[in-house]
Design a protein around this ligand. Structure first.
Ligand code: SF4
Ligand code: SF4
Length: 243
């Protein structure tokens, strides 16, 4: 038997077919009354029965259903694991399938902070891996493509700061920029930012295209995720918890 770990002791079992899954409820059509009738909550996730455009609707409904469940109704014990669902027609090389499973994993966190923390790290890892080894910003002699004809050697890691005396502002390096030119803040808003130079190359990240951000956050939270540049992960998570 093959399993995919969700969180704590929750797992999904990968199945080759529909055999021996009688108690599982089709994730595309879960009803609370059926969970009550079954006396147990098990999911059937057959990737051949829904398409990517359905993901958001299905996940939103699952968030609601999960919030209504008593903890002892969830899953069945197998090999010392709590199996909460079966995956059918799952392709481990299919990024959309894996994104959907990441969202299921987020749902099975039992508190909001841990869920947001998981989503935050997962999206940051995705964005980092997108850029890794590609030099998309075309840094040459420490100058990026966008700032090629300026004196800036630190890309867009600078911002205006109000001077202590007088109304004028000055451009200063971001306080989170480390000596080795890496970021000490893990700022998701900065990672999502793409300047004109990158946009011209077709590199652009929209929150609505990133499933974990699109499904789990409301419009105000999405606004902060997009615009809280120059800010630490801890501060951003704290702000997300308020709304
Ligand atoms: S995102 Fe744009 S401005 Fe920022 S480092 Fe890359 S090329 Fe430069
Ligand atoms: S917080 Fe943003 S601007 Fe500051 S170092 Fe990190 S990526 Fe650069």
């Amino acid at each position: 038997m093959e399993f995919i770990k969700l969180t704590s002791n929750y797992y999904l079992e990968i199945k080759k077919d529909n055999k021996d899954i009688e108690l599982a409820l089709d994730i595309t059509n879960i009803k609370l009354k059926n969970i009550k009738k079954n006396k147990i909550f098990m999911l059937k996730i057959d990737f051949n029965t829904f398409i990517k455009d359905d993901y958001k609707k299905i996940l939103k409904h699952l968030i609601f259903i999960k919030s209504m469940l008593p903890i002892d109704k969830i899953g069945i014990e197998k090999d010392s694991k709590k199996v909460v669902g079966y995956l059918i027609n799952y392709d481990e090389n299919n990024q959309s399938h894996n994104d959907f499973i990441s969202a299921i994993r987020a749902i099975f966190y039992n508190n909001r902070y841990d869920r947001y923390n998981y989503i935050y790290d997962t999206v940051c890892d995705y964005l980092d891996s997108f850029f890794y080894g590609k030099n998309l910003c075309d840094f040459k002699n420490n100058k990026c493509g966008e700032k090629r004809n300026t004196n800036s050697t630190i890309g867009c890691c600078r911002h205006f700061k109000i001077k202590l005396l007088g109304p004028l502002t000055k451009l200063v390096p971001c306080e989170h920029l480390k000596e080795d030119y890496t970021c000490g803040a893990k700022c998701i808003s900065c990672k999502l930012f793409t300047c004109d130079y990158l946009r011209k190359k077709g590199v652009i990240f929209k929150i609505k295209d990133i499933l974990l951000l699109d499904v789990f956050f409301n419009p105000i939270q999405k606004y902060f995720i997009k615009y809280m540049v120059f800010t630490t992960k801890e501060k951003i998570l704290k702000r997300l918890m308020i709304f």
